[in-house]
Design a protein around this ligand. Structure first.
Ligand code: ADP
Ligand code: MG
Length: 134
């Protein structure tokens, strides 16, 4: 697998969430994603960026354009040094929220992606990586 482009951005504020959406949309368009696939990766990015701000105390997103076996994709890595998630399995369940949300962000992002990884340790932070192929 080849990383064609890599860009890291701060995700600290609501404006950064919007800017993340726009940057992911741009990258998806540049890679030739159709409108439906653009919307899927942008929606997933939006949910994860909001979690980074709301629960992680802010962090970063790395946006990568990938190529493998002639296909192209986007990989997004959201990382923060916040409180972490004590029970990842529970946090992944539809409807589970500690913040009065809908509890569909993590599970939704997983459904909208081809590949989903979450790594979190209480007191250390959270890292979520998703990939969507064209
Ligand atoms: N980056 C993060 N740091 C700490 N906890 C998180 C993070 N992302 C998600 N969580 C935890 O996982 C729960 C579920 O997240 P999510 O599915 O996006 O639902 P919601 O945002 O509606 O609460 C959150 O309520 C929170 O407890
Ligand atoms: Mg959320």
């Amino acid at each position: 697998m080849t990383v064609l482009v890599s860009e890291q951005r701060a995700v600290l504020t609501a404006e950064d969430v919007l800017a993340t959406r726009q940057a992911v949309r741009q990258r998806a368009v540049a890679l030739g994603f159709n409108l439906v696939d653009q919307t899927k990766i942008v929606t997933a990015a939006s949910e994860l960026a909001r979690n980074t701000v709301q629960y992680g105390g802010g962090g970063t997103v790395t946006i990568e354009a990938l190529e493998e076996l002639g296909r192209r994709g986007i990989r997004l890595t959201f990382a923060d040094n916040g409180p972490g998630i004590p029970d990842i399995e529970l946090a992944m369940k539809d409807g589970y929220t500690t913040g009065g949300g809908l509890g569909l962000g993590l599970s939704g992002a997983r459904r909208l992606s081809n590949d989903f990884h979450i790594d979190s340790k209480p007191g250390e932070g959270t890292r979520v990586t998703i990939t969507r192929w064209r």
